[in-house]
Design a binder for this molecule. Structure first.
Ligand code: WT7
Length: 658
């Protein structure tokens, strides 16, 4: 093992708490092992049991699992009939304990914007929405784009589509008109649902302008529906526009809307990926397998019970929102909390205040979220009562051990489990993650595969990597939640995911397995820098930077170098109270030398105020690599950036160095 690896192989081990264990769905390592073995020996039996236990079917299936990765063909529960909206709503109305409880609690940026929907209310709202869509001619298989801020209507619209068999395509409201247009056209959508705008940090954000600019160039859009968020009069600039408030005056729409019987393999939704690596791809998931897998992972990984309130802050146009905010908590009859606002407005304690006020029990953040709290708001969690929390989750990128420990200690008060969940838009739900009460945790490791999942690590040549040797993370065999294709491009689906190592699903991530069988995700293949032939994983080096007391965030990329091939270029965000200086640069270099050795000393350190990130919190290394190389134009698609302004500042900063 290299020194950097041993440094990252943090020796601190955290044992699962005794408290809560008795009630947990999966209580021990022994139980996990037994289920895991069974799931691989008899996938048909395993998935049949899970599918029957978790989901209500109108008709059972003829065949449980089928896949042929060489043809990129995957089918689960073939011949089975169900409806996702029925599973999230109607079936709960038959249960007196669920019918009148909160399904959604929504808080807007202003405290006065607070709405609660019971299951019954949400059901009625979804029927009304579905009737409206039907009246506009939407039929099974049609695509409906939803371009909105985080509001209950997003969920109602998604479930309304699912109810009538339409395919929803949720596009995050922060994306530009151009990005929206390309997604509408690629999906060939008939209807767009949008809102006038929302508030962000006290400012008004207009969405309608973007929506109307986009559809001006989209002939496929027949109608667009505008939801009123501001409570003011709305002027529509296009004759295809309809106001939601006008539509709902029609009492006819309040009638019950029956659920379409969907085949398990009918498409439920298309989702365009965050695009940190180039052109967005329209990944689609189908109804049966996706829903089973969503409910299954939520029940075991978050140990979700009906009395829980789960909160995953963040964009609606993300798979996390689909799986762990909408479909699985509602399918399992729990309560979801959704919030439309920034973490630090009106003050840096906002999110903790919400956990406190709404008694959130399961909180699911990204390492980027947590680092932002560490940067300037370290003492804020302590001001609130976070004692209702019982499970913490993290997702999206490798978590630095320091960050994991901070989260565990300051938010979890050292008493509750942290689940580091590894998965992808394409996987539909978690694949590798601790089940919270079963195993000791090593900060930074995503630990063990979930039942039914068999990950393998390959070297470039397709042979298996040794223990602690990093390589390509692939998955042997399919699971119900795996994507079924790329919208309009089945060849590309095969090429991207199933051709690199025939017979295996190719994740594109680098990972290693340690001597205890624990998985460590290193990041994407392109997150590797080669200095004089020595491979350095950016996430590892970044973790070492973040362990320095002055550093809040770090992004490391390769800069082309005539002799060494590449050298290390580090972008550093300092914690509040630290000023950039030559002195500090020297200090950081000493730190790196001490922790890892002279080989990985960065050639350039640039202090920045912020890093360019996608809406899902991923650092856009593609842009940072170009800027490091001195390429300032041709930076590629910036439409998915959450903070496009920082790019210009970073370019200025680089020019000052060279
Ligand atoms: C990529 C997928 C999964 C929903 C959110 C992102 C990285 C995800 C982890 C984790 C290390 C992680 C991987 C993966 N990633 N979770 N717990 N530890 N890396 O969805 O945009 O499809 O991105 O995110 O690189 O391939 P996505």
């Amino acid at each position: 093992m290299t020194k950097i690896e041993s440094l990252l192989k943090d020796e601190r081990i955290f044992y699962p708490p005794q408290e809560g264990k008795d009630l947990a769905y999966i209580k021990s390592r022994y139980q996990y092992d037994k289920i895991y073995d069974y799931s691989l020996k008899d996938p048909d039996g395993f998935w049949t049991e899970r599918a029957k236990e978790l989901i209500t079917w109108f008709r059972y299936w003829d065949r449980t699992c089928y896949w042929d990765f060489n043809k990129a063909e995957i089918r689960f529960f073939e011949g089975g009939k169900l409806n996702a909206s029925y599973n999230c709503l109607d079936r709960h109305l038959l249960n007196p304990h669920v019918k009148n409880k909160a399904a959604i609690i929504w808080q807007g940026e202003h405290d006065r914007d607070l709405r609660v929907y019971t299951y019954q209310m949400l059901h009625d709202e979804v029927c009304r929405f579905a009737n409206i869509l039907k009246s506009l001619g939407v039929k099974k298989g049609d695509r409906v784009v939803i371009y909105m801020p985080t509001m209950p209507e997003v969920i109602a619209a998604m479930l309304a589509c699912a109810r009538i068999g339409a395919i929803h395509v949720v596009v995050y409201g922060g994306l530009s008109a151009e990005a929206l247009k390309s997604r509408i056209l690629d999906a060939g959508a008939k209807i767009l649902i949008t809102a006038d705008g929302t508030y962000s940090g006290g400012r008004r954000i207009n969405l309608l302008n973007n929506a109307e600019t986009a559809i001006a160039q989209c002939e496929c859009i027949e109608k667009y529906i505008v939801i009123n968020r501001f409570g003011e009069e709305i002027t529509l600039s296009d004759k295809r526009g309809l106001l939601f408030d006008e539509l709902i005056k029609n009492k006819e729409f309040e009638k019950y809307c029956p659920c379409e019987e969907m085949d398990a393999e009918d498409i439920l939704f298309i989702l365009y990926t965050s695009g940190s690596t180039g052109k967005p791809k329209g990944i689609y998931h189908t109804t049966g397998g996706y829903l089973v897998y969503a409910a299954h992972t939520t029940q075991w990984v978050f140990d979700l019970r009906p009395e829980d309130i789960i909160w995953r802050p963040g964009a609606v146009g993300w798979i996390t929102f689909h799986t762990y905010v909408v479909y699985s908590p509602l399918a399992l009859g729990a309560t979801v909390f959704i919030y439309d606002g920034l973490p630090d407005y009106p003050n840096p304690g906002r999110w903790w205040e919400l956990v406190d006020r709404f008694k959130v029990t399961i909180l699911y953040l990204t390492p980027t979220n947590i680092r932002a709290f560490m940067k300037e708001r370290e003492d804020w969690p302590a001001k609130y009562d976070l004692s209702t929390l019982r499970i913490l989750g993290t997702v999206g990128e490798p978590i630095n051990p320091e960050v994991w420990i901070w989260y565990h200690k300051n938010v979890g008060k050292g008493r509750i489990p942290v689940v580091d969940t590894w998965w992808q838009t394409e996987t539909g739900g978690h694949l590798i993650s601790p089940l919270p009460y079963t195993i000791p945790q090593k900060p930074g490791s995503v630990t063990l595969p979930l039942p039914g999942i068999e990950p393998v690590i390959f070297r470039d040549d397709g042979t298996s990597a040794d223990i602690n040797e990093s390589g390509h993370l692939c998955i042997k065999g399919a699971w119900p939640g795996i994507a079924r294709g790329l919208w309009g491009d089945s060849e590309k689906f095969k090429e991207i995911y199933f051709s690199r190592f025939p017979g295996y699903y190719f994740t594109g991530d680098q990972a290693r397995v340690d001597e205890d069988g624990y998985f460590w995700i290193m990041g994407r293949l392109d997150d590797v820098i080669s200095v004089s032939g020595y491979l350095i994983r950016t996430s590892e080096l970044e973790s070492v930077f973040v362990a320095h007391s002055a550093v809040a965030e770090a992004a490391v990329v390769g800069m082309p170098h005539e002799i060494k091939g590449e050298v290390i270029y580090a972008y550093i965000v300092l914690k509040d109270g630290f000023q950039p200086s030559e002195e500090l640069k020297k200090n950081l270099i000493q730190h790196i030398t001490k922790e890892i050795g002279p080989l990985v000393i960065p050639e350039v350190i640039q202090f920045v105020n912020d890093l360019p990130k996608t809406r899902s919190g991923k650092i856009m290394r593609r842009i940072l690599r170009k800027v490091a190389a001195g390429v300032y134009d041709d930076l590629g698609d910036k439409s998915t950036l959450a903070n496009p302004d920082v790019v210009e500042k970073i370019i200025q900063g680089r020019k000052e160095i060279f």
